[in-house]
Design a protein around this ligand. Structure first.
Ligand code: HGY
Ligand code: MN
Ligand code: MN
Length: 394
């Protein structure tokens, strides 16, 4: 709740877009709390923060948890923040119990999970996992043309640690479900089996600027009208891949974005997801041809840039069992489930045994200021995280 005051919005959400000064404030607070809990802090070159509680064997690979402190522009208090705070609670509980673990315990704040500023998501965890080139990531620019590297420098979080300088025995991430299933099933915990794949694009539609008052309608090459037709067409496509396909156009930049100039160019995002890789590929082919068809009919050009192509992820059976066992240890009811959302855990799963723990959120609402989770459910999630990590770290 104290963290949620940083970037708090009027309707009870947060605006903590990655690598802004508000994100810096959250990072500083997390580091302060982690140091108070006796952790050492390391920052790597993409700005990931590693708070480490020493184990009895300094050479042992760490048992790691974490998530992200950055949020959507109008996001909720819990998406990401819960997982980082649950990790901090694990460390505090171990300290209170004066418990020793063989393996070091680490909590991570991954840079720019949301991708709300630099287009791509899971940037910090993706670079750490070797799935995204560091220098390419540092060169990503936001809508104002600022590079990720310059933003990191601005907030003082361009760290010295090289990528992959941490060996991981296992990674667990606690997160709100961001969907309605646990609440509907009246269950406090989800043991996550994996996450669906996603393919995200930036689409540039080019027409011709013109005078809104003088150019006859039939002579126009209006990039925004074309983009609107493309959006309707690809949205209709999702229904042909029912029930799992989801397609979203969430970010639109109109140029020159002036009332009385016909838009000559639009850059928009496409976020497409499905649990099956072959279907994702088919959706991509269908979307690109649907957009090309509109462009040809309207005398426009269209260009697709793939920002993310993430295959469906299956988490590690031993980590999934550690979560299930932690629930059974305290008679906590749970269900196995898949994640519709992407998470940093989906990247870390490619380099270390990984599992996730879901807790319910009210009405399944997320990426919305009204996002809410109860103290009881978040405490249960932190308890299961502690027991799963403790079993693994001993
Ligand atoms: O987009 C996602 O799935 C994540 O919540 N950022
Ligand atoms: Mn998240
Ligand atoms: Mn999110």
């Amino acid at each position: 709740m104290q963290l949620a005051k940083i970037g708090a919005t009027d309707k009870g959400g947060v605006c903590r877009v990655s690598l802004t000064d508000v994100d810096r404030q959250a990072r500083d607070l997390f580091c302060e709390w982690a140091r108070e809990a006796g952790c050492s802090i390391r920052i790597d070159r993409i700005g990931n923060i590693f708070a480490r509680r020493a184990g009895t064997d300094p050479d042992a690979p760490s048992v790691m948890t974490g998530s992200h402190l950055d949020s959507q522009p109008l996001g909720g208090k819990f998406d990401g923040a819960f997982g980082v705070m649950a990790g901090l609670e694990v460390i505090r509980a171990l300290n209170d119990a004066k418990a020793k673990t063989t393996h070091p315990i680490e909590i991570v704040d991954w840079t720019d999970e949301e991708g709300a500023r630099f287009a791509a998501g899971c940037i910090g965890s993706g670079v750490f996992a070797g799935m995204r080139d560091l220098n390419e990531a540092l060169a990503l620019t936001d809508a104002d043309g600022m590079t990720l590297s310059a933003a990191l420098d601005d907030i003082g979080y361009a760290g010295p640690e090289e990528m992959g300088s941490t060996s991981i025995k296992a990674y667990f991430e606690a997160h709100i479900e961001q969907g309605p299933i646990l609440e509907a099933e009246k269950l406090p915990i989800g043991a996550v089996l994996g996450a669906q794949g996603q393919r995200c694009f930036l689409v540039t539609v080019t027409g011709e600027d013109g005078h809104a008052g003088t150019l006859p309608m039939l002579k126009r090459r209006d990039a925004f009208v074309g983009t609107a037709k493309m959006t309707v067409a690809i949205n209709a496509l999702a229904t042909t891949y029912e029930p799992h396909a989801v397609i979203t156009v969430g970010h639109v930049r109109v140029r020159p974005n002036s009332r009385n100039t016909i838009p000559g160019q639009v850059i928009c995002s496409i976020d497409s997801r499905h649990p099956d890789e072959a279907t994702l590929a088919q959706m991509e082919a269908d979307m690109t041809s649907a957009c090309q068809h509109v462009a040809d009919a309207d005398g426009l050009e269209v260009h697709f840039d793939a920002v993310t192509r993430a295959t469906p992820v299956a988490f590690d059976p031993a980590c999934i069992d550690a979560v299930r066992n932690a629930c059974n240890l305290r008679q906590i009811r749970f269900m196995d489930m898949h994640s519709g959302a992407g998470h940093d855990a989906c990247k870390i799963a490619s380099i270390a045994p990984t599992g996730m723990i879901f807790v319910p959120c009210e009405d399944g609402i997320s990426h919305n200021e009204l996002e809410n989770a109860t103290p009881e459910d978040t405490a249960t999630g932190a308890q299961v995280l502690l027991d799963a990590m403790l079993a693994t770290a001993r």
